[in-house]
Design a protein around this ligand. Structure first.
Ligand code: ZN
Length: 296
């Protein structure tokens, strides 16, 4: 499989100053995440409170592949608006995580922070059209990075694997990309929503830290590979052992039907409490909603 695909490396420059990024600086609280229905793929807005107003402080991914809901290009901007100076982070360069961006105009004007990866020539061509795009320096791989609000809430994020070099034959983008955890302090302590991209949970160092610190699991955006290949005993033990919040919601953001057969609801159901709510973006569409909000 690896030898027949034509692959190229993202060639955008490294971000010069990671400490200069502070997308939550104006936010007093993190309210939750908005998981847009994009068919197969992910597109997530992080919702925060800024002086009593709800705002999207950060966009994670901008996908929409198989069975996406966009009948014309202008639907993309209408349904998934992004401010011009907003930070847009990519978990990885698989098409279901970025491919709505060239259809709209707003995402193209955002500030892009992306992993350097070996990926499709189409992804590399698109990345070269963006004016404000920066790769996460490889020196940060495996480090937990943090965006703070003005109060106790925060985001942890991490580039979980190394770029194998521009001349590598292939790369598993799922395991060298970026994952985020959204953490909020509630009355019962800290709770987290996991946004793993398509990475197995146990590959994300900051997820393991949160579990060990006793931060309760409040929400999961299911990764797109629950069908088998990336689901190991380590995946199962982590989810099973993690302290759960009173409410736990798992969202499947994928097409229905989908040709990939993932994620696999049965795998999650076998491990999580019977009270866990399972939500699907395809069901949201059936009830005319454009997104599913997970709010703390
Ligand atoms: Zn995916």
């Amino acid at each position: 499989m690896a030898t027949v695909r034509n692959r190229k490396a993202i060639a955008s420059p490294d971000l010069a100053n990671i400490a200069g990024l502070s997308p939550l600086a104006k936010a007093s609280r993190i309210l939750g995440v908005r998981l847009f229905d994009v068919g197969q793929g992910d597109s997530v807005a992080i919702l925060v409170d800024v002086e009593g107003n709800e705002e999207a402080a950060l966009q994670l991914d901008y996908g929409g592949r198989e069975r996406n809901p966009f009948t014309k290009n202008s639907d993309v901007d209408l349904r998934m608006p992004i401010a011009g100076n907003q930070l847009l982070m990519l978990t990885h360069w698989d098409e279901d995580h970025w491919c709505s961006a060239p259809k709209g105009t707003m995402a193209q004007n955002a500030v892009w922070l992306v992993p350097r990866q070996v990926t499709s020539p189409r992804a590399v061509r698109f990345s070269a059209t963006l004016n404000d795009i920066h790769c996460i320096p490889e020196s940060l791989v495996g480090q937990t990075l943090r965006f703070n609000t003005r109060n106790d809430d925060y985001i942890l994020w991490e580039k979980i694997g190394s770029f194998p070099g521009a001349f590598a034959k292939d790369e598993d983008c799922n395991k060298s990309g970026v994952a985020l955890a959204i953490v909020r302090k509630g009355l019962d302590g800290f709770e987290a929503i996991l946004l793993p991209g398509d990475a197995p949970f146990e590959k994300v160092g900051c997820f393991l830290q949160l579990e060990q610190q006793g931060v309760a699991l409040r929400g999961i955006l299911a990764f797109h590979h629950g069908a088998g290949t990336h689901w190991t005993q380590a995946t199962a033990s982590l989810l099973q052992n993690w302290t759960k919040a009173k409410t736990l919601e798992v969202v499947f953001s994928c097409s229905q039907p989908n040709s990939y057969n993932h994620p696999d609801e049965g795998r999650y159901k076998a491990l999580l409490p019977t009270t866990t709510a399972f939500l699907r973006t395809a069901d949201a569409r059936a009830s005319k909603a454009i997104a599913i909000d997970l709010r703390f």
